[in-house]
Design a protein around this ligand. Sequence first.
Ligand code: TEU
Length: 519
Amino acid sequence: MIYQIYPRSFQDSDADGVGDLAGIESRLDYLAELGIDAIWLSPIYPSPMADFGYDIADYCEIDPMFGDLAGFDRLLAAVHGRGLRLLLDFVPNHSSDQHPWFVESRSSRENVKRDWYIWRDPAPDEGPPNNWISDFGGSSWQWDESTGQYYLHAFLKSQPDLNWRKPEVREAMMAVLRFWFDRGVDGFRIDVLWHIIKAEGLPDNPINAYWTPDRTQRDRLIQLYSTDQPEAHAISAEFRALADSYGDRLLIGEICLPNDRLARWYGTPDRLQVHLPFNFQLIENAWDAASLRRTIVAYEESVPWFGWPNWVIGSHDAPRIAARVGEAQARIAAMLLLTLRGTPTLYQGDEIGIGEVQIAPDRMRDPQHLRQPGLGIGRDRSRTPIPWDESANAGFSTVDPWLPLNQDWQSRNVAAQDRSSNSLLCLYRSLLTLRRSHDALAIGDFTLVDAADEVLAYQRRHTDECLMIALNLGDKTRPLTLPTDTCVAEVLCSTLAERPMDDTLAPNEGVVLRLREKR
Ligand code: TEU
């Protein structure tokens, strides 16, 4: 299992209200005990923090807010010392406008780095070169007065897009990957991988006829020419070749596309791309058994035979799972995430079920929200600090944290859940232990099983072991139907403290059962 750490909000060690590397190091025992395999760190590089680290000013350094390279090496050694892996966030699509490459690029039209970024003359009407809209709202083009051209930015104007058609850019970025691989990093999550190349000629994107004003400005257009270009797949294959040259390293692609197009990012058997194109469908899917069933089957069918599936249920960009499905179903979500076939990614804080967090308007920091208020797309609510215990500032910091804590932190914190054997945290630990001790869960086949309404049921099989998972997505008691000629050999886990001793599922109950043939 991959555990995503949002470094600003994990643990502060130097009393500035923002988390840091030494803080993470001090909490590694917690992660090891939870039973994770790898940590993915959101960006820790020098950054003006306009997009909280996704605007990078130096790809090969650590922001002083988080520590320094020596501290990073210590953290990496400590992670490895516990038998865990460390993945970094690689942000190839754009840099910060403070990156020396961009500073040079915008200095004059003749600068050697001018076309390291995407500069264009205005359209005949003096407006932007095309109709593209930034993910954070407004035109994707920013006018530069002193050199009389526009530059492209898929996100903030302080995040100019790099020009991946330029060989020098590719070489510089490959050197970045080598820098971290040489230090011993186990892999990368690659930010907006499907964005990195734009269609030749930068044609206008088509209008989305289904757009309504409750959706983001970005969705006014279909991102046909600005994303998912064939040339980006070639670059993805180059990343993989480099990673493979180092041996056992992992590449995850952050890619938001439908199944058929997502699957292409695995590459082909003779030219592999990323190991795991992130699968965000559990984040987006309606929370009901029938549609989850369809989603899971369609995704399973789309994964090529040489590829390995993965599931993500939360992130620093998405609403909290517990806020979305509620306290009772957050336990079902945990069981689903950890029993599906494929690598699960868990976002920090979801293991204690942090739900909706109220953030006063004057404390909101996310540029996505601040630029398009009123749409409910703010990401701050998923980025609040981890409440560790009942002490001041929840043990996260000795000072007021950069974002407020979850309102219920005095009861919902790691220490409290550690003490209560019935907590969500303990359920996560049990499920992770189960996953480790049963190959059927870790690597077994997946088959859907017929089930009552509102129940999602499937089997996982490996050699002679057959496990069945049954999840009651509703709040009524439901029959627990076993496949013909089988009976329960053992109840390996229930999401509830007391499981009814009959062939039913209690409201909001999920179970992992070991089946055997009836004799
Ligand atoms: O996110 C890319 C991305 O797809 C987001 O725009 C997403 O659609 C949105 O946040 C959903 O609410 C990555 C990072 O994860 C995000 O934090 C960055 O802001 C973004 O790239 C730019 O680097």
